[in-house]
Design a protein around this ligand. Structure first.
Ligand SMILES: [Fe+2]
Length: 387
């Protein structure tokens, strides 16, 4: 199948209630730089004020409603804050337009949107609807276009953060669905993506019977082999479909959509150490039992040796997964934005921080290891009580 010639995920577009809150979160806590904002003219026309934040190759456009009727307003009437558009940088946007027409992609724009900046650089884009809930995809081609985006004003110098945590780029985008197959088929037949990885598990297999909180999920990762852009996608699985964290997300988000972005870092240990020292950034807790069992797991999984100390990983609660000798990935999940903001309308979205040392997976083994460690701790507790 002919490739769309995607270069990379250029940026993601957020819809938020309160730009000041978003600005504080990204520039003061996440240490992103603020590059610019929508001009008065664009703000009035789009009925939303937008600000661009960046940390190396992670670019976020965040829009808040100004009055009613704009996209941000329409999104927030339906959903909590969330990612409404993924922007892909492509080599040839006209070719992508033609392929979308041939393959049944649904184009929103009447025609290709073309813009020229002050120095004669050009930018062209169009958007399509997707099976990712209300999230749209936009294909963008830039030829010497140095302005931020059409209608945006660049700040004379970036404001705010210096990216001291070392975020490099978006490693993968994870979305939650009620059913995966429409997305899988669409990603294959319309986007030309291929299946990269899949996993299915239920915590019931991991936790002793009788537990009423067991939940399951099925996960399929689709990727674009040329650009290596990856989308990880989940659906809930029975028994207790409704209790699955995937279903809970879809309920909280009031629709299917993007659950997390994984931000790639070169060195996760200093990054997480610094993030933990930042008031307002919080991570999901990992049970201590996970680390009691970690040396054994590293041995059994075939990783054999790691560069980090288990004590350090335990201290920072970083997770590790892999299969081959000295090849692994390290990951940690932040708490949901809704929790960090102290406002449910901040949404169930969260960031993952990830470092890769040769492993291309998504931490599937950590699901199992986390639940096994819980089970071990529970049975140890039961044994203690029986004594
Ligand atoms: Fe992930």
């Amino acid at each position: 199948m002919e490739s769309l010639d995607i270069i990379k995920v250029e940026s993601v577009h957020w819809y938020v209630h309160d730009l000041e809150r978003t600005r504080r979160f990204y520039t003061q806590l996440m240490d992103f730089a603020e590059l610019g904002e929508s001009s008065a003219e664009l703000t009035a026309r789009g009925r939303q004020k937008s600000v661009v934040f960046a940390a190396n190759d992670v670019t976020l456009v965040c829009s808040a409603p100004v009055g009613e009727g704009g996209r941000a307003h329409r999104w927030l009437k339906k959903h909590p804050e969330g990612v409404g558009t993924v922007n892909f940088l492509v080599r040839d946007v006209e070719k992508v337009w033609k392929l979308m027409e041939q393959r049944g992609g649904t184009i929103i724009d009447d025609q290709l949107q073309r813009f020229t900046d002050e120095k004669g650089g050009t930018l062209a884009f169009f958007s399509i609807t997707t099976p990712f809930g209300n999230t749209t995809f936009r294909f963008v081609q830039r030829d010497g276009y140095e302005a931020l985006y059409p209608g945006f004003v660049k700040h004379p110098a970036p404001r705010g953060g210096k990216n001291r945590f070392g975020f490099g780029k978006v490693d993968h985008i994870t979305s939650n669905f009620r059913t995966l197959q429409p997305m899988v088929l669409w990603m294959k037949h319309v986007m030309g993506f291929e299946e990269f990885w899949n996993i299915q598990f239920h915590t019931e297999e991991e936790i002793a019977q009788g537990n009423q909180h067991g939940t399951g999920l099925k996960s399929i990762v689709m990727w674009d082999p040329k650009s290596t852009v990856k989308f990880a996608n989940n659906e809930p699985s029975r028994p207790r479909f409704k209790n699955s964290q995937i279903n809970v997300f879809v309920e909280d988000q009031r629709g299917e959509g993007i659950q997390h972005l994984a931000l790639l870092v070169r060195e996760i240990v200093p990054a997480v150490k610094a993030m933990r020292a930042t008031n307002g950034l919080e991570f999901l807790a990992t049970p201590g039992a996970y680390y009691d069992y970690l040396p054994e797991r590293i041995e059994k999984s075939g990783i054999k040796r790691i560069d980090e100390s288990v004590a350090e990983l335990r201290d920072l609660q970083i997770l590790i997964d892999g299969h081959k000798e000295h090849q692994y990935m390290l990951q940690i999940f932040m708490k949901e934005n809704g929790h960090l903001y102290g406002d449910r309308e901040g949404g169930p979205f969260f960031y993952e921080i990830i470092e890769r040392k040769g492993d291309k997976g998504f931490g599937g083994g950590n699901f199992k290891a986390l639940f096994e460690s819980i089970e071990r701790a529970q049975s140890a507790e039961r044994a203690k009580q029986a004594r």
